[in-house]
Write a protein that binds this ligand. Structure first.
Ligand code: CAA
Ligand code: FAD
Length: 379
């Protein structure tokens, strides 16, 4: 497959790498400790165009392809996986879903500010009793005149507090099972919409993850996305692209841990020579580089298929499955190469190892990606 990286792709890579090194790296340990993502950094990412990269220029976006987006995601995650997940949710779940399936009115009202980062979005599918088993939605949306009344709880919501608009999946007609589910654009500040507790997480600690509660929240009918009952299809279709974004996040985490390991292996001396001259360390570096490159090829392939309008469901699931396992393996080896220094925060690799784990869990666990791949293989 010819990825045919053009000048635009190379410029995006350079801009994202510069931003990550100059703006995200300073203070990263403090943000991880404090579980805090700086609002000024989010604004800067918006100004630089990283929050609506694939949105058409007519809605204020960058009009770029998915390949450019995954290149930027890799560079951001290479330094800061928390910033990367915020970026991924806004770009590939919220903006992409809204541009593809939203009404013109919804796009003008929400997509335009989302594409510039003036608004941040959240994607709310998971519930306490509906994670992998996403069709078991317990949140209800009952029709009442010109609105729907929303009741229920969503948990683990990325950008839960930072967001001002939430894409919420809810069950309107339980008899129809997943065909009774709808997707709604729900604004923060509506009466009965409460942001619950912030999760105290192992990794991506600077990304805000919250429970959201809805108690008789009135959502105007014009805020429903698409036809009645199309919400589950909307969620699945959007997640296919989202998984490419998370695969790129995992790739960036692996690449970042490899960068630090190469540098450290050249500097650290034992038994009178740099550890990079011990074959055991060289073999680790070789395998780390090979897995990272293989992940990159799968991520690029999925992105390219999407850009060419071809079926990318299996490619996206394979990219996420492989890249997330690669990130976990590479970051664990990175800690090993750093020895005791790898176990403390100052050297950054322990954070990469903690951050890698979530990529095997969210936007469909590794087991769910295998299920998706098997269904595609066998159909
Ligand atoms: N693409 C398009 N449509 C899909 C699809 C896909 N990948 N997977 C399923 N569907 C469609 C099916 O075609 C079917 O539609 P029809 O009945 O109209 O044909 C419908 O969805 C139901 O599918 P299944 O019968 O296969 O349903 P299931 O219950 O057996 O399995 C599942 C579905 C694939 C396991 C799905 O529930 C799933 O993907 N679960 C994981 C949920 C997930 O990824 N959550 C992520 C939350 S967001 C997040 O995590 C963000 C973040 O962290 C940053
Ligand atoms: P479960 O579904 O209970 O799974 C438990 C275990 O069983 C897993 O290992 C799973 O793979 C396995 N399993 C389940 N079913 C099967 C099966 N059929 N076959 C084989 N194995 C199976 N969700 C959102 O909607 N929006 C967000 O923004 C969001 N952000 C998140 C951020 C973080 C930090 C976290 C931790 C989660 C986030 N999630 C979000 C939720 C995430 O998508 C779910 O946690 C994930 O889909 C798994 O669901 P679960 O936690 O309920 O696990």
């Amino acid at each position: 497959m010819d990825f045919n990286l053009g000048e635009e792709h190379l410029a995006v890579r350079e801009a994202a790498a510069d931003f990550a090194r100059n703006e995200l790296l300073p203070g990263i340990i403090e943000r991880d400790n404090a579980q805090h993502f700086d609002a000024a950094l989010i604004s800067k990412m918006g100004e630089l165009g990283f929050l609506g990269m694939m949105v058409s220029p007519e809605y204020g976006g960058g009009g770029m392809d998915t390949l450019a987006y995954v290149i930027a995601m890799e560079e951001i995650a290479r330094i800061d996986a928390s910033a990367a997940v915020m970026m991924s949710v806004n770009n590939s779940l919220v903006c992409w879903g809204l541009e593809k399936y939203g009404s013109e009115w919804q796009k003008q009202k929400y997509l335009v500010p989302l594409a510039s980062g003036k608004m941040i979005g959240a994607f709310c599918l998971s519930e306490p009793e509906a994670g992998s088993d996403a069709t078991s939605q317990q949140t209800t949306a009952v029709e009442a005149g010109d609105c729907y009344i929303l009741n229920g709880t969503k948990n683990w919501i990325t950008n839960g507090n930072t967001s001002s608009i939430c894409l919420v999946m809810a069950q309107t007609d339980p008899d129809k099972k997943h065909k009774g589910i709808n997707a709604f654009l729900v604004e923060k500040g509506l009466e009965g919409f409460v942001v619950g507790k912030k999760e105290d997480k192992m990794g991506i600690r600077a990304s805000d993850t919250h429970t959201l509660m809805f108690s008789d929240v009135k959502v105007p009918k014009e805020n429903r996305i698409g036809e009645d009952g199309s919400g589950f299809r909307f969620a699945m279709s959007t997640l296919n692209g989202g998984r490419i974004g998370i695969a790129a996040q995992a790739l960036g985490i692996a690449a970042g841990a490899l960068d630090l390991s190469l540098k450290y292996a050249r500097e650290r001396k034992t038994f009178g020579k740099p550890i990079s001259e011990h074959q055991a360390i060289q073999f680790k570096l070789s395998e780390m580089a090979t897995k990272t490159e293989a992940a990159r090829l799968l991520v690029y392939k999925a992105a390219k298929l999407k850009d060419e309008g071809k079926d990318y469901v299996m490619a996206a699931a394979m990219a996420k499955l492989y890249a997330s396992d690669a990130a976990m393996w590479v970051t664990t080896e990175a800690v090993q190469i750093h020895g005791g220094y790898g176990y403390v925060k100052e050297y950054h690799v322990e954070r990469f190892m903690r951050d890698a784990k979530i990529t095997q869990i969210y936007e469909g666990t590794s087991e769910i990606q295998k299920l998706v791949i098997a269904r595609e293989l066998l159909k």
